[in-house]
Write a protein that binds this ligand. Structure first.
Ligand SMILES: [Zn+2]
Length: 228
């Protein structure tokens, strides 16, 4: 039986503060080609306005390199592929407000409404991708030129097969999910049961998962990273 736990908006509200010092940390653009970590956008919504490179916090990139080095001990052809990282806080707010407009008349309880929307798109104030600490990632086999079998396509939310625990995938896929999760967690990333590919470091989900008082990063707008 599947045994997933989904972090709720209410859970993330318990992390009220972020560390102002660690939040000063710079962002890094992931290389398109590299021995260890590659960043290749695979997002249905068009998020390419900052060019084709994915941005993450510097510490996140350093941790991903360590993850990839550990993976190479298992198979030298393995790398980490990141298909999504930083999202502009303005976009997060825009998408959130679009759904809010659609559903607001159906709810009388505000928290209930926020929980409902949060399942579709994170409430901006607690969202992970706009901090630069969250990544959507998988293991890539450079020799076979493809992502390992994880039982469902990365970023495919259309069925419950995106949940970490699901009965409908092969043993091989289960093994690969476990490998990815264990190796990411060994470098301090927090997993998310609702999407096998989503991991974070330093955001509110991470702080909640590891029982920290504060997050390390706050959400930022793209203008802080990408000077025009
Ligand atoms: Zn994600």
């Amino acid at each position: 039986m599947a045994n997933n736990h989904f972090v709720r908006y209410e859970d993330l509200l318990t992390i009220e503060e972020y560390d102002v010092e660690t939040d000063k940390e710079e962002f890094t653009l992931l290389p398109l080609e590299d021995e260890y970590v590659i960043g290749k956008y695979q997002e249905r919504r068009n998020m390419l306005e900052y060019g084709h490179q994915i941005a993450v916090r510097k510490s996140v990139y350093e941790k991903l390199i360590k993850v990839a080095k550990d993976l190479k001990k298992i198979d030298k052809n393995y790398k980490i592929i990141v298909v999504y990282g930083f999202r502009d806080m303005k976009k997060q707010e825009k998408y959130f407000n679009e759904i809010l407009e659609e559903v607001k008349d159906k709810f009388t309880d505000e928290l209930e409404m926020y929980e409902y929307i949060h399942e579709k798109i994170a409430v901006p104030s607690v969202s992970g991708h706009p901090t630069g600490g969250a990544v959507d990632a998988a293991i890539y086999d450079a020799k076979k030129n493809k992502i390992l079998d994880f039982g469902s396509e990365i970023l495919d939310y259309s069925t419950t097969m995106c949940y970490y625990e699901t009965d409908n995938i092969s043993e091989e896929a289960k093994k690969n999910r476990k490998l990815l999760r264990n190796i990411m967690m060994s470098e301090g990333f927090a997993p998310y049961d609702g999407e096998w590919w989503h991991f974070s470091y330093g955001d509110k989900e991470w702080a909640f998962y590891y029982d920290k008082e504060k997050s390390l990063y706050n959400q930022v707008e793209a203008s802080r990273i990408f000077k025009k």
